[in-house]
Design a protein around this ligand. Structure first.
Ligand code: BES
Ligand code: ZN
Length: 865
């Protein structure tokens, strides 16, 4: 018995082949009863069967094993549910014969409120509060619903049966084959599934409406939502049908189930979950309202649907062998969701927007406390934390880098053969590399190991020395120190024009290349396809600045130059003075992705400068407001007839930024429009794309003696039944500079009026509120841990509240506070957040020592364009 404790994986005595599961949820009492019969192969004679179970109660006399080999029934002499290891150890008085048999277990459980396992979510119907029953099993919570071999490699088929109130809709992975109604209860029988992993099993029971369509090859697709909201499901339905057709071509394998249901769940911890044939979503990630959703909401729906449907192949059909390879699932789905979205909506220029993913990956991976893409997992509790920007964003970025190196066609063909080879089975990272290596003849395994097996990434420094271009790589760290990592870097560069692109693999620390076109601009990492940063010498930098001002570079390259420059500035390898001068070159920028990065860099600079050089703040804000004038005037407040998706998003981003920087004319105009909106929620004066801007503007002027804007926003929050409207409001409230109001906002997000899934949106606290937020976090820590600590949501509380600080003292204070309170599931996030505080503190010091900063800032603030 002891030998089974503390092990990362289950012993291999028995392997499950088929589960017959029957569940009877009681929605009123929030309980469920269940029974499972599992067909097993006993691999070697054993007295033990060990499988996963947690939070379930199993009565004596309800477990038996019927051996087919010996036609004998065995009853365990001991049934031990080891809670800390989440395992069920069954000990039999005699050895079980090898060969097949059936393990039968009856059990009871609670429909919990923690948004994992088998849980309840709540909604209103005709003014009445109701419960629904929902499952969320990834990564390791199927064991909270039924005893099982809860590891991705233990694939089996699933035959599910539900006993539910007869007036409710009951869904599972597969279509219904039979239904028997008896009084108020109906028994619903589902078709047996193809072989799949436990984390993909799903059940939803509640009241829903739906819309339906079919793919060209006959897959029935439905979007389920709250009663009366069917219209909001139409957009996702369209995306799903088109995306299934696209993936069928791309992966060269059809979708493997007869139906696909997608459903909006009011309480949902993640954004969405790719359960085989029954994909669950937050409402904001599935529903789109023609009148009240913004263009950014629409885009989010498309990208999330495309992501989850990608998993139906990459993840569900071919599954990672173990959580170490989680990134294969998530990194790949993230990358391919852009491919699909681009196919459906080319005018969104989604590949340019992809750079927002890369930059977040680079940001996290620039910390010493980052981790490699392939990460060892020793306990189920460690899995949650790796659903992070490394697995998703760095993962997606290194795939993009590889695709761009191998070529789109070769990449797709090799992928299709990988899917075919591992269909209905499991795969590891090296299996993907093997397929790509065979398809391309390139040393993919060697190249990619340097990116997935070590953390971090390089900065490539470029200098011109005597007609030669010199490249040197070293590990980039945001702290400014140098790590000793080395990579095989696919370097690309252009000199003076995009016509001649050169490329090579940088496999050593440094190399140099003959240069014919000296004198022209040189852009390295063309299109930002590579996951690395580039540092130019001063002369090359000046040439790039000139090329930006004269519109010679692509949007992706303009993004990259700015983003790298910002990162180098934070790492104190470049002055803030030179970053600001570079930013000035973007005053006529109109690309959505580039401008929104310019804006988010402006926020970060404004925050750090407020600590470093408060006396320059007015000038700095003035400069940032000035930078946005050109684009603000071009876009105005009114949507233009037939304008593009990107223009709508850009308008929202610019006006929000101007509001946040306290630009007076913006605040005034926003207030006028907000009041019109309060009178009439459908006023054309405040379309959804600029609502966030108006809300932020309103909150800028709220204080203890002028609370009406705040109260109006709370009223809108309470009145709307559109989740996107609620999150838009939550995300704006804490931008108020008055600490007392901030405190009210923070208390509000912990109140029953805000669903636990949404509280984190209210943590977007402005700099003036950071001390209030920290005190509040400390005071409420126990409650926060109790309410949000069972999943990854709690990590957001830590990072959002801690990371904005910029002093060594605060870093120490945070460390001290958590010394006795840290838990394994927040350790990594906490270390990362503290590292950020220290990085900020060093940055503040170096800014204070900059000689020409004040002079430059003043000149930039009053420069007339
Ligand atoms: N498999 C994940 C859902 C998930 C996340 C399960 C974390 C368990 C823990 C799903 O495919 C996913 O990645 N969802 C994303 C949305 C996506 C568009 C990036 C999410 O939930 O944020
Ligand atoms: Zn995913």
């Amino acid at each position: 018995m002891e030998q089974f404790k503390g092990q990362p994986r289950l012993p291999k005595f028995a392997s499950p082949k088929r589960y017959d599961i029957r569940l009877k949820p009681d929605l009123a009492a929030c309980k469920f009863a269940g029974a499972v019969a599992i067909n097993l192969d006993i691999v070697g004679e054993t007295k033990f069967i060990v499988l996963n179970a947690a939070d379930l109660s199993i009565q004596d006399g309800t477990v038996s094993f019927t051996s087919k080999a010996s036609s004998k029934v065995f009853e365990p002499c001991k049934v031990d549910l080891v809670e800390e290891d989440e395992i069920l150890v069954l000990e039999f008085p005699e050895s079980l014969p090898t060969g097949s048999g059936v393990l039968a277990i009856r059990f009871d459980g609670t429909l919990n409120d923690r948004m994992k396992g088998f849980y309840r979510s709540t909604y209103e119907h005709n003014g009445e509060k109701k419960n629904m029953a929902v499952t969320q099993f990834e990564p390791a919570d199927a064991r909270r619903c039924f005893p099982c071999w809860d590891e991705p490699a233990c694939k089996a088929t699933f035959k599910i049966t539900l006993d539910v109130p007869s007036d409710l809709v009951a869904l599972s992975n597969m279509p219904i084959v039979d239904e028997k109604v008896e009084g108020h209860v109906k028994t619903v029988f589902y078709q047996e599934s193809p072989i799949m992993s436990t984390y993909l099993v799903a059940v939803v029971v509640g009241l829903f409406d739906y819309v339906e369509d079919h793919t060209s090859d006959g897959v029935k697709v439905r979007v389920y939502c709250q009663v009366g909201k069917q219209n909001q499901g139409k957009f996702a339905l369209h995306v799903a049908v088109k995306t299934l057709e696209l993936y069928r071509e791309y992966f060269a394998v059809p979708y493997s189930l007869p139906k696909l249901d997608m459903i909006a769940i009011p309480d949902f911890a993640a954004g969405a979950m790719e359960n085989y044939g029954l994909v669950t979503y937050r409402e904001t990630a599935l529903l789109y309202d023609e009148k009240h959703s913004a263009a950014s909401n629409k885009q989010r729906v498309a990208v999330v649907v495309a992501h989850e449907l990608a998993h139906q192949w990459f993840g569900n059909l071919v599954t990672m062998e173990w959580w170490t390879h989680l990134w294969l699932n998530e990194g790949f789905a993230t990358w391919v969701s852009y491919l699909a979205t681009d196919g459906l909506f080319p005018e969104w220029k989604i590949w340019t927007q992809f750079l927002e993913e890369s930059t977040e990956g680079l940001r996290l991976d620039g910390l010493a406390e980052s981790h490699p893409i392939e990460v060892e997992i020793n306990h189920a509790s460690e899995i949650d934390e790796i659903f992070d920007a490394i697995s998703y964003r760095k993962g997606a970025s290194v795939i993009r880098m590889l695709q761009s190196y191998l070529g789109a066609e070769c990449f797709q063909k090799s992928l299709a053969s990988y899917i075919k080879r591992h269909a209905c089975s499991n795969a590891k990272t090296e299996d993907l590399w093997a397929a790509l290596e065979e398809g391309s003849g390139e040393p993919v395994n060697k190249l990619m190991n340097s990116w997935t097996k070590q953390k971090g990434y390089p900065v490539v420094s470029i200098k011109i020395i005597d007609d030669k271009l010199e490249f040197e790589q070293s590990q980039f760290l945001s702290s400014g120190s140098h790590g000793d990592g080395q990579w095989i870097v696919p370097v690309t560069f252009c000199c003076g024009s995009y016509d001649a692109r050169r490329s090579f693999l940088l496999e050593t620390k440094s190399t140099s290349i003959d240069l014919k076109e000296t004198g022209a601009w040189i852009k390295v990492n063309v299109d930002q396809a590579g996951f690395y940063r580039v540092k130019y010498d001063e002369d090359l930098q000046a040439k790039l600045r000139y090329a930006i001002e004269n519109e010679m570079l692509s949007a992706t390259d303009r993004f990259g130059i700015l983003d790298d420059s910002f990162a180098l500035c934070m790492a104190r390898q470049q002055s803030l003075t030179s970053l600001l001068s570079l930013m000035a070159a973007y005053r006529e920028e109109l690309d959505y992705t580039v401008l929104s990065n310019l804006i988010s860099i402006s926020y970060k600079v404004a925050r750090i400068a407020a600590d470093a050089t408060p006396e320059l703040m007015d000038y700095i804000k003035q400069f940032f407001i000035g930078l946005l004038q050109y684009s603000a005037e071009k876009l105005g407040w009114e949507p233009k007839e037939g304008e593009s998706h990107l223009e709508a998003m850009l308008r929202g981003a610019i006006l929000s930024a101007l509001a946040e920087f306290g630009d007076e004319p913006t605040l005034k105009e926003a207030s006028r429009r907000f009041h019109a909106f309060l009178e009439d929620r459908s006023t054309p004066l405040l379309p959804p794309d600029i609502r966030r801007a108006a809300y932020v503007a309103v909150m800028q002027t709220v204080n203890a003696s002028n609370r009406s804007g705040f109260e109006s926003l709370l009223r809108v929050y309470r009145e709307t039944d559109l989740s996107q409207e609620k999150t838009r409001i939550l995300g704006s409230l804490a931008s108020c500079p008055d600490p007392n109001i901030i405190l009210e906002v923070l208390d509000f997000i912990l109140s029953p009026e805000v669903r636990s899934q949404d509280a984190v949106f209210g943590l977007a606290v402005c700099r003036e509120g950071r001390e209030t937020a920290w005190t509040w976090l400390k005071e409420n820590w126990e409650h926060i841990w109790k309410t949000y600590g069972s999943g990854f949501l709690v990590t957001r509380f830590v990072s959002a509240v801690v990371s904005p600080f910029a002093s060594f003292e605060k870093a120490k204070e945070v460390e001290d506070f958590f010394a006795t309170r840290s838990k394994p599931s927040i350790t990594r996030t906490l270390k990362q957040s503290i590292e950020r505080v220290n990085i900020n503190a060093q940055w503040v010091q170096s800014i204070r020592n900059e000689e020409y900063l004040a002079e430059t800032v003043k000149e930039l603030a009053y420069r007339k364009y």
